[in-house]
Design a protein around this ligand. Structure first.
Ligand SMILES: *Cc1c(COP(=O)(O)O)cnc(C)c1O
Length: 357
């Protein structure tokens, strides 16, 4: 029947190992030439924006909010159907996350729900390009412009995704990527902030390094959120394969779309270049039974995310949220393997197992 097909398969191959060893032998390991080169190369994926590397996607989001001066008593609109980091960072800077519902087809923020969530305290919107599908950036930017709000993209799952030909990460005043091993590309750990604003880029560079540009000439209060050169060297290898990996994910999704008949296959909005960080379907019956059936057929699966953020303990306050599409998605979604290393026979096995449900 074959080996278990894992839901994700991060690659640490010979090229990554050689890159890491090369940096270790150089002795220049912290935020040196590799980080600068990684930033310059990543910039080509976000329409030439300024890129600032940090130690994680979460740090990228947190630093973006800090650099924009967001704190108490500000409100920031986020989806509750995301990884907790999206809302954690709002709380980490002392602001208040306000949860808006999602579009049931794309799983990304619903522009109507965002418009309805705006209050006099709202200062920013953080759209998440969930599963690698771009959020409705044109509508969200129009709403933001009408109310003077900042848009900070959470592109941690969407390296290389596009909307009407424009890359995600090139829409907001700041946009954030993660290089955690399971993402479409990794750097062991790491994150990137992209911005068209050179002043904001400079503030971000200060904030990630104790507020210093020149050593011991501290200009502002900052943290240490630097990326290492080992990570940047691994990230450069992975970035070199991002286009190829995304094309494989898209080809795999196309094969699954054609073979799966038992459930609706993932929706792709008009003009969206989906990069399938996840290939996610809905199970209308018993999801745990479906997962057990897939596992018996040696097909791994995963649920992103079983508990929406507003129901997680740190966010479960007295306020009642009306998020019906978020609740329904959390109860129904199931992600199937779509990663670049899948073979044709594995794709057939995944589809057959799903069609037996
Ligand atoms: C992975 C992820 C993050 C956080 O990235 P880290 O590098 O793990 O800190 C934030 N938001 C979303 C949507 C993510 O998937």
């Amino acid at each position: 029947m074959g080996e278990m097909i894992p839901p994700a398969a991060p690659v640490i191959g010979e090229a990554e190992i050689e890159a890491a060893v090369r940096v270790l032998r150089s002795g220049n390991v912290v935020q040196g030439p590799e980080v600068a080169a990684f930033e310059a190369e990543f910039s080509q994926w976000v329409d030439g924006r300024h890129c600032v590397a940090v130690n994680s996607g979460t740090s990228a989001l947190q630093l973006s909010l800090m650099a924009l001066g967001i704190g108490p008593p500000d409100e920031v609109i986020v989806p509750a159907f995301s990884f907790a980091a999206t809302a954690n960072v709002v709380r980490l800077v002392g602001a208040t996350p306000v949860f808006a519902d999602i579009d049931p087809l794309t799983y990304c923020l619903s522009p109507d729900a965002v418009a309805a969530a705006i209050t006099p305290r709202t200062v920013a919107i953080v759209p998440v390009h969930l599963y690698g599908h771009p959020a409705a950036m044109h509508e969200l930017r129009t709403i933001a412009a009408g109310h003077g709000l900042a848009v900070v993209e959470d592109a941690c799952q969407a390296h290389g995704a596009t909307l009407h030909g424009r890359p995600v990460g090139a829409f907001g005043v700041a946009s954030c990527f993660s290089f955690y091993p399971t993402k479409n590309m990794h750097a062991l750990e790491g994150g990137m902030i992209c911005t068209p604003d050179p002043d904001l880029a400079r503030t971000l560079r200060l904030l990630r390094n104790q507020g210093m540009e020149q050593r011991y000439a501290n200009e502002i209060v900052g943290a240490n959120l630097r990326m290492t050169d080992v990570e940047a060297a691994v990230g450069r290898v992975q970035l070199g394969r991002l286009g190829e990996g995304n094309a494989r994910r898209q080809a795999n999704a196309k094969t699954l779309d054609a073979l799966i008949s038992r459930v609706a296959t993932p929706y792709v909005a008009d003009g969206a270049g989906h990069v399938y960080h996840q290939y996610t379907v809905r199970i209308d019956g018993d999801r745990e039974a479906a997962r057990a059936h897939l596992a018996a057929r040696r097909v791994g699966s995963a649920v992103y995310y079983p508990t929406p953020i507003h129901r997680l303990r740190p966010f479960a306050g007295p306020r009642r949220w009306d998020l019906p599409e978020t609740e329904r998605a959390a109860a129904e979604v199931l992600s199937l393997p779509v990663h670049p290393s899948l073979t044709e026979s594995e794709l057939a096995r995944i589809s057959e197992a799903v069609n037996e449900l």
